[in-house]
Design a protein around this ligand. Structure first.
Ligand code: SGN
Ligand code: CA
Length: 535
């Protein structure tokens, strides 16, 4: 029985407002917003990279087949918390108050999810949160959140009732909790908006027990920039996110102390492995034993380059294996919608809080305005309104999600939003769209030591300025140099383009009310971080 029929029936023969409202409600789309953490475009097969056949994501790809694939989707600041804050509000960090991890997001400000709740939606959030520990200020009818970064195994769950450690693999638990809420938890008389946020494939890349060995014999292609020497790029040279230099041999690469041993070499955060039960630990150790024994037996004979390449393979095998469970999770949600006749009228989004490096420039992690971390996957299906197989090439940004969801839901957008609704762009009916993107990364000094920088990217060129203890400009011609290896800031052939982009960057700063650079130069991160609440 549909919501309309139920409510119309209740109203009997008397004329009242219930029936029209219910009818509207039935037409309003549901929203399922699935966001993973650190999913590289290269690791999502719908984008057709060199990994597509080796490590496919068939379920996430279904969204592209059913709806739209965005080939130029970007973030405002390539870091978890700031990206989530921008996504929720439709505003840059300097307006929503969240510019680097460890700040507290004010959940009572305008967000698409709160607007939908005000408009009568049933709302829920399940999974990683990371813009504060508790969803204070958010209008959520239901929430089950991971504590801070969350753990891959036996994680702590935070609910209205407190903190509970539950046994299981986190990605699978997020799937189960989501399906349970869809099946039993939601109020079927209302449209729903569900936020489903995976921890995977975030560091330290621990696959599900069933996937630890999936890629053990697969050799992944090594990016030709893996041994980058960072010529002409000072910030790139100063980072601490090299797979072969900065990844922790234990914590990240699961390398053990010797042949026959099971202890991780470096384990600066031992609480993660310590969470495994004896049984889980045994299964885990067995899965890595032969490969680690081989590495330990041969290491002394390997050159630095051979070891760096071995580390690349280990990193990729685990990183990609954590994505399999995410892909299965998306498949389970899509199946649920199909089986319950919900597909047609549900907007289902898959994205990541930012892109990620899979060995390009030798790196893991994100932060830089270079393409691999500036871009982020985005796929949206909504069969009632989006044609199957749509490809959107316009440059969209995570500040566009809020206005888009509200327009699709027919709910009025609040003020001062930086993003724009993508509804017309998706329909191929947009006559005017942005021609340039603004980006700003603030989290320095901090883990991975990527310098503060901001910049502009248009369809072909990118201009970046690294500041705070440095003053370095970079400029790239993405058509000629898509891997951003040649900083052309001093190339006279580009002088006119560089001047043009500098002026355009100023325009964007004015358009988006970016505070004067002096404020950012002076900013001390410590003064803006808030202590975590006691649970
Ligand atoms: C943790 C990670 C870092 C990562 C940040 C931010 N280390 O500190 O590698 O850059 O999170 O990531 S870990 O070993 O503790 O996982 S973010 O996606 O949350 O912004
Ligand atoms: Ca992230």
């Amino acid at each position: 029985l549909t919501g309309t029929a139920v409510l119309a029936g209740c109203s009997g023969s008397g004329v009242d407002n219930a029936a029209p409202t219910a009818e509207v409600d039935q037409q309003r789309p549901n929203i399922i917003y699935i966001m993973s953490d650190d999913h590289a475009i290269r690791a999502l097969s719908a984008y057709g990279s060199d990994l597509a056949d080796l490590a496919p994501t068939p379920n996430i790809d279904r969204i592209a087949q059913n709806g739209a694939l965005f080939t130029n989707s970007f973030v405002t600041n390539s870091l978890c918390g700031p990206s989530r804050a921008a996504m929720f509000t439709g505003k840059f960090g300097h307006k929503n108050g969240f510019n680097f991890n460890g700040q507290t997001f004010d959940g009572s400000q305008d967000t698409w999810i709160n607007s939908l709740h005000d408009a009568g939606y049933n709302t829920a959030a399940i999974g990683k949160w990371h813009i504060n520990i508790l969803p204070d200020g958010f209008k959520l009818d239901h929430w089950e959140l991971l504590n801070d970064q969350g753990e891959y195994y036996n994680p702590d769950w935070i609910t209205k009732d407190g903190v509970t450690m539950e046994h299981g693999y986190t990605t699978d638990m997020i799937t189960e909790k989501t399906l349970t809420w869809l099946e039993e938890g939601r109020d079927e008389s209302k449209p729903f908006a569900l936020i489903m946020h995976h921890k995977a494939p975030h560091r330290n890349w621990m696959p599900a027990p069933r996937h630890t060995r999936t890629f053990e014999n697969v050799e992944f292609p090594v990016p030709d920039t893996y041994f980058d020497n960072y010529d002409g790029r000072k910030a790139a040279a100063a980072q601490e996110m090299n797979i072969y230099r900065d990844a922790q041999e234990g914590h990240d690469l699961k390398m053990t102390t010797g042949v026959g041993e099971t202890e991780w070499r470096q384990d600066i955060w031992p609480h993660l492995l310590a969470r495994l039960t004896d049984e889980q630990r045994q299964e885990w150790d067995e899965a890595y034993q032969a490969r680690n024994d081989y590495m330990n037996a041969n290491e002394a004979n390997w050159s630095d380059e051979e070891m760096a390449l071995w580390k690349y393979q280990r990193y990729m095998q685990d990183y990609l294996a954590t994505i399999i469970a995410v892909d299965e999770s998306v498949g389970a949600v899509l199946d649920y919608l199909d089986e319950n006749d919900l597909t047609e009228n549900t907007i289902l989004v898959y994205t990541s809080d930012q892109g990620f490096y899979t060995g390009e420039h030798g790196w893991f992690d994100k932060r830089f305005m270079y393409e691999e971390s500036f871009r982020t996957p985005l796929l949206i299906q909504y069969p009632a309104k989006i044609a199957a197989g749509t490809v959107v090439e316009e440059m969209v940004q995570n500040i566009d999600y809020a206005p888009t969801f509200l327009e699709y839901a027919g709910v009025e957008l609040y003020g001062d939003v930086d993003g724009a609704s993508m509804v017309e762009v998706i329909a191929g009916e947009s006559e005017q769209w942005r021609d340039a993107l603004y980006y700003h990364f603030y989290e320095f000094p901090a883990i991975h030591q990527v310098g503060r920088h901001y910049g502009i990217r248009d369809g072909r060129y990118k201009l970046m300025h690294f500041y705070f203890r440095t003053d370095d400009w970079e400029f790239y011609d993405l058509e000629k140099d898509p891997k951003e290896m040649n900083n052309a800031i001093d190339d006279p052939a580009y002088a006119a383009e560089i001047e043009r982009l500098k002026a355009r960057l100023k325009d964007l700063e004015t358009q988006y009310d970016v505070p004067p650079m002096e404020e950012w130069r002076r900013m001390n991160l410590r003064e803006h971080r808030t202590p975590k609440p006691k649970l």
